[in-house]
Design a protein around this ligand. Structure first.
Ligand SMILES: [Zn+2]
Length: 251
């Protein structure tokens, strides 16, 4: 394929207080299928982190229905309640595959990535790099790791959502103090319909097992920092049916 370039206007943000929005005149899927996702996200993180020294931020990808479902990239930063780094936990559930929570949530492994159910059984799919990296900018271009990350995200969505066109609400990548885990997590927040009709029934046993594991204090202490602990103790109590509650984590 000839090398398609990234139009300069895709990298000029619309600026609002604590929020920048980048608009691409293409969908995420087509960005990936034209082999430009690696290039686009490299230029985006370079712009954010090197040109503007933005280190702590929430990156969110959305369809824009007013623009023919083309890609909007939201960058949110500067929120005071997101001032501290995630706590280091004894277990990185994205690296330590022998931990029972990791074994239960793992869906597949690719050359550079792993796909998972959410470790707290929220209505989302997770993609992580196999390497323990903390930022999108740490993925490498030379061996295709950055490109593969986005390609695998689209493949995961197609596989788990039965090729539905609109099956997720947002895709989130948190950086710096916006993270809950130190390991980079791509969170694909699927729609209620996709979750309840397709994903939850397919993985019913795994989701039940995750909810059982979350009752164990040793699992909570080993795998989650205080932010998770606060949310779990507030929202979970006593058991069951988390898969149907489909709560949306705020960040
Ligand atoms: Zn890790």
């Amino acid at each position: 394929m000839t090398s398609l370039t990234i139009p300069a206007e895709w990298l000029i943000p619309h600026k609002f207080p604590n929020q920048w929005i980048f608009q691409c005149s293409i969908s995420l899927r087509n960005l990936v299928l034209t082999n430009r996702a690696g290039q686009f996200f490299r230029q985006l993180v370079t712009f954010l982190e090197q040109v503007h020294q933005l280190i702590d931020y929430h990156l969110e990808l959305q369809y824009n229905p007013q623009r023919n479902n083309e890609l909007d990239v939201w960058i949110c930063f500067g929120k005071p309640h997101r001032a501290s780094k995630p706590t280091l936990t004894p277990v990185c559930i994205s690296c330590e595959l022998t931990h029972e929570l990791s074994m239960t949530t793992l869906l597949s492994e690719q050359e550079y990535t792993r796909a998972w159910l959410d470790a707290t059984a929220r209505a989302m799919l997770i993609l992580t790099p196999i390497r323990h990296v903390e930022r999108l900018s740490e993925l490498t271009d030379e061996n295709g790791e950055m490109e593969a990350f986005w390609y695998d995200a689209i493949k995961l969505i197609d596989r788990e959502c039965n090729q539905l066109e609109i099956c997720y609400r947002a895709i989130v990548l948190n950086h710096g103090t916006y993270r809950n885990h130190s390991h980079l997590h791509l969170k694909i927040k699927v729609t209620d319909d996709t979750w309840n009709r397709i994903i939850a029934p397919r993985h019913r046993e795994k989701i039940q097992k995750i909810n059982q594991l979350l009752q164990k204090s040793s699992v909570i202490e080993d795998c989650f920092g205080p932010r998770y602990y606060k949310r779990l103790t507030k929202s979970k109590i006593p058991d069951e049916k988390l898969h149907s509650s489909n709560q949306d984590a705020k960040v």
